[in-house]
Every structure is written in C-alpha cells, then in structure tokens.
Design a protein around this ligand. Structure first.
Ligand SMILES: NC(=O)c1ccc[n+]([C@@H]2O[C@H](COP(=O)([O-])OP(=O)(O)OC[C@H]3O[C@@H](n4cnc5c(N)ncnc54)[C@H](OP(=O)(O)O)[C@@H]3O)[C@@H](O)[C@H]2O)c1
Length: 183
C-alpha cells in the first residue's frame, strides 16, 4: 500500500532518516520543519491543513509542549477517521532520569494525551514509540551505548506497518546495554 505520510522534524536525526526511508519505499511523504517554514507550535493550523489528506502523521519534532498541542489538534481533526498518528516519545517519559526534567515531563504529557485520545474512541489509531538514546548529532558528545538511527527507523516502521497484523499501540526500545532503570 502506498501511504501518504506527514512527518515533523524531517531535516535531521531520526526524522531525516524516516523521510529518506519512506521516500525510497515508494510512499508519498511530506516533511514539516522549522527550516521549511513550519515552526511548531506556531504553524500548527497551517500544517494541519496541509496534512489533512494524509493517512499517517508522524509527530516527531520535539519543541517543549508542541507535540502535545499538535496531537490534540490533529486528533480533533481526524476523530473517527481511519488514519494513524504515531508519536515519537522517549524512554525518559517513564524509565530513565532525564538531564532536562522538562523534557521528561513534556514526553510524559504526550503519552498521557495519547491515552486520553484513545479512551475516546478507536480512530484514528494512536501509536507511541519510545526510544532510548539514539546516535543522532545532538547526542554526539554523549557517552554510553546508543541505538543506531537505522535501528530506530526499523522499529518505527515495524510499529507503523506491522507485518504480523497486530496493533502495537506502544513500544519502548533501547540499546541492550542501556539501563532501563528509573533514575
Ligand atoms: N535522539 C535521541 O536519542 C532520542 C531518544 C528518544 C526520543 N527522541 C525523540 O525523537 C524525536 C526526534 O529526535 P532527534 O534527536 O532525531 O531530533 P534532532 O536530530 O534534534 O532533529 C530535530 C528535527 O526537528 C525539527 N525541529 C526542531 N524544533 C522544531 C520546531 N520548533 N518546529 C518544527 N520543527 C522543529 C528540526 O528541523 P529544523 O531545525 O530544520 O527546523 C529537525 O528536523 C524527538 O521527539 C525526540 O524527543 C530522540
């Protein structure tokens, strides 16, 4: 199936690799980032209009509470429609002490918002992916084990287009040597 996918944060990191991966897989993909005029949360109304005919929305770019505001507005717009919203959350929402507690709190808020939406009906499907540390440019100076971006892309794709036909609503994944402890 050729899907129409909207993706925030497509110019760097996990988003950039997801963009290239889905383009190469034959899907139609539209990227929305600060550098192409979609500063979040300011540009949410415009972005929602342009993503309205998409089947899938990957809520990837992090900017404080912007992912939560985006999810709540998108859910209102897509309520009852057979579409998918996939949020990129983080292990830091639940398991690991975050260097920046605000980041942990905003990611926990994103997970909670997803559950609130889900409790109001099955459509759109809302999926949540929570990676541990990934080897992106922003983590270049971070010591310790890191997932590769390719691993992150493969897990996200497996959740989104699940080949075994199961609905995987949330998943946490880390490098096998990263500790899954509450800090
Ligand atoms: N990297 C990790 O270890 C890790 C681990 C767990 C979860 N995550 C989550 O994974 C997602 C992607 O992280 P990443 O590390 O791949 O990101 P990144 O390398 O920092 O890239 C951020 C992307 O988001 C865009 N962006 C940033 N602020 C924006 C804003 N205000 N409005 C619109 N676009 C904005 C940037 O584009 P422009 O600068 O071009 O606008 C860029 O394309 C985030 O939600 C992050 O919290 C990351």
């Amino acid at each position: 199936m050729r899907a129409k996918i909207a993706l925030t944060g497509h110019t760097r990191g996990i988003g950039s690799s997801l963009y290239d991966f889905y383009l190469a897989s034959g899907h139609e993909i539209r990227g929305f980032s600060k550098s192409n005029g979609y500063n979040l949360p300011d540009k949410i109304p415009q972005l929602l209009k342009e993503a309205d005919d998409c089947d899938v929305f990957i809520n990837n770019a992090y900017s404080d509470g912007a992912q939560i505001v985006l999810l709540s507005n998108l859910w209102e717009r897509w309520k009852g429609k057979d579409k998918i919203i996939l949020n990129i959350s983080s292990i830091r929402a639940r398991y690991v002490k975050a260097p920046d507690p605000r980041y942990a709190a905003f990611k926990a808020g994103l997970d909670k918002m997803a559950k609130e939406c889900l409790s109001r009906g099955p459509l759109p499907k809302i999926l949540s992916v929570s990676p541990g540390v990934v080897d992106t440019v922003s983590n270049i100076n971070r010591a310790g084990p890191k997932l590769t971006i390719d691993q992150a892309v493969k897990v996200i794709d497996w959740v989104l287009f699940n080949p075994i036909g199961a609905l995987v609503s949330e998943i946490t994944f880390i490098h096998p040597e990263q500790q899954m402890t509450v800090g």
